[in-house]
Design a protein around this ligand. Structure first.
Ligand SMILES: Cc1ncc(COP(=O)(O)O)c(C=O)c1O
Length: 397
C-alpha cells in the first residue's frame, strides 16, 4: 500500500518546504509563551490600509459590487492602471494589455504558466524572492540561478549571456529587489533588454516595490525602455506594498495582448477573477491615496538610514546598501562557528536566545545572509538591532 505522501502529485512533491514557515511558527510559539519578540521578518508594511480605500471598499459592498467581474478585471481599474503608467512613466498602454489578478504573485504564476513548461529554462538572478523558483517548478520548467553576490547584486550582461541556452524561455528580474533592496540602473536595464531581444526570450519585470525607492533615485519601468513596449517584456505590479494592502490580494500584469489573452484563460479556470471588492479598493488606492505613498516612503527612508547607520557599527557584517523596498540583506558569514553553520541555525539562535526574528538567507538562495525588514517603528527597530548585534558578538565570543 502506498502512503498518502507517496500518492501525492509530482508537482507538490518537488516544491520546497518554506524556510520562513519554520521561523514564523517558532516566533508564534515563543510569543504564546509570553516572550516579547521583536519581529523583523515581515514581508509587508506595518501601516494600516489608507482610510479612503476602506471607505470605498465598504461602498462597493453597499452598492452590490459583490459578483464575478470580467476575468481580466473591471474596466475602471484597468483604466486607472494605464493612467498610472501614463502619469508616472509617460507611456501609453491600452486597457487590454492589463490583467488584474489576485495579488502580484498570481500575476507571476499566470504569466510563467503561459510562457514556460517542461524542458524550458527560466533564469532567476540570485538572491531572489523565494516564490520565483517554486512558481517555475510548478510549470515543470527548470529554474536556472545566476549568482549576483559578486557583482554588486546586479545581473550583469555577461552573466546573463552566459546563462542563456537554447532552452531559455524567460528571465525574472526584480527591481527594487526583495531581499537586497538593490535598484537596477536604467542603463543596465537597457543592456538587459537588448540581450533579451537579441536572444528572443521573455522577461518578467517584477516592479512591485516601484513606489519605494529612496535617495531621490528614479527607476524607470522596463516598459518605458523599449521601443515597441510589450513584445518581450511583462511587467508585474500591484497595490500590496505601495498602499499597504497585502491582505486585499490585488495585483496586475501588463503584457502584449496575446500573452494577456492566454494568461486570462488560466485565471478564468482557477480564480475566475480577482475579488470584486478588492478591485474597487485598488481603484480607490490608485485614484485617491497618493499622499499615503509619500508618507510611507518618507517614514521608510528614515528607518532605512537608521538601519544602515546601526549596522555599519557591527564589525564583521557587510551588506549592500538598500535603495528600495524595506529590507536589509546582511552577510553573517564571519559569525559562523562549529555550532552555527547555516542561516537557519543563526536565525533560530537569534530568535531563541535574543528574542529577535529575521529571515534566513537560505530562503532567498544565499545561506551566508539574513534578511531584516524595517517595518517596525524606530524604537522597536533600534531594540531589534541591538539584540542582533549582541547576539552576533556573543557568538563570536
Ligand atoms: C518581489 C515580490 N514580488 C511579488 C510579491 C507578491 O506580492 P502580492 O502580495 O501582491 O502577491 C512579493 C511579496 O512579498 C514580493 O516581495
Amino acid at each position: 500500500m502506498k502512503t498518502i505522501r507517496e500518492k501525492l502529485s509530482r508537482r507538490v512533491k518537488e516544491l520546497s518546504d518554506s524556510v520562513t514557515l519554520k521561523i514564523n511558527a517558532k516566533t508564534k510559539l515563543l510569543e504564546s509563551q509570553g516572550k516579547e519578540i521583536i519581529n523583523l521578518s515581515a514581508g509587508q508594511p506595518d501601516f494600516d490600509t489608507p482610510e479612503i480605500v476602506k471607505i470605498k471598499a465598504k461602498d462597493a459592498i453597499d452598492k452590490g459590487y459583490t459578483k464575478y467581474t470580467p476575468v481580466s478585471g473591471i474596466k475602471p481599474l484597468k483604466m486607472a492602471v494605464t493612467k498610472r503608467y501614463r502619469e508616472k512613466y509617460g507611456i501609453e498602454l491600452s486597457d487590454d494589455s492589463v490583467l488584474i489578478t489576485s495579488g502580484a504573485k498570481q500575476a507571476i504564476f499566470n504569466i510563467v504558466e503561459t510562457l514556460s513548461g517542461p524542458g524550458d529554462e527560466v533564469i532567476i538572478p540570485s538572491p531572489y524572492w523565494l516564490s520565483y523558483p517554486e512558481i517555475v517548478k510548478l510549470s515543470f520548467a527548470k529554474p536556472v540561478f545566476v549568482d549576483t553576490s559578486k557583482t554588486k547584486f546586479l545581473l550583469t550582461p555577461e552573466n546573463l549571456k552566459r546563462a542563456i541556452t537554447e532552452k531559455t524561455k524567460l528571465l525574472i528580474l526584480n527591481s527594487p529587489c526583495n531581499p537586497t533592496g538593490i535598484v537596477y540602473p536604467s542603463s543596465l536595464l537597457e543592456e538587459i533588454i537588448s540581450i533579451i531581444k537579441e536572444r528572443n526570450i521573455f522577461c518578467i519585470s517584477d516592479e512591485i516595490y516601484d513606489e519605494l525607492i529612496y535617495n531621490n533615485k528614479k527607476q524607470k519601468t522596463m516598459l518605458s525602455l523599449v521601443n515597441s513596449p510589450l513584445d518581450e517584456i511583462i511587467v508585474v505590479n500591484g497595490v500590496s506594498k505601495a498602499f499597504s494592502m497585502t491582505g486585499w490580494r490585488l495585483g496586475y500584469a501588463i503584457a502584449s495582448q496575446p500573452i494577456i489573452k492566454e494568461a486570462s484563460k488560466i485565471q478564468a479556470h482557477t480564480t475566475s477573477c480577482a475579488s470584486s471588492i478588492s478591485q474597487y479598493a485598488a481603484l480607490s488606492a490608485l485614484e485617491d491615496a497618493e499622499p499615503f505613498i509619500k508618507m510611507m516612503r518618507r517614514e521608510f527612508d528614515e528607518r532605512r538610514k537608521l538601519v544602515i547607520k546601526l549596522f555599519s557599527t557591527i564589525e564583521g557584517i557587510s551588506f549592500p546598501e538598500p535603495e528600495g523596498a524595506f529590507y536589509l540583506f546582511f552577510n553573517i558569514n564571519k559569525f559562523y562557528n562549529q555550532r552555527i553553520k547555516t542561516s537557519v541555525e543563526m536565525a533560530e539562535y537569534l530568535l531563541e536566545n535574543w528574542n529577535v526574528a529575521v529571515v534566513p538567507g537560505a530562503a532567498f538562495g544565499d545561506d551566508r545572509y539574513l534578511r531584516l525588514s524595517y517595518t517596525l517603528p524606530i524604537k522597536n527597530l533600534e531594540e531589534g538591532i541591538r539584540r542582533i548585534k549582541n547576539g552576533l558578538l556573543d557568538v563570536r565570543g
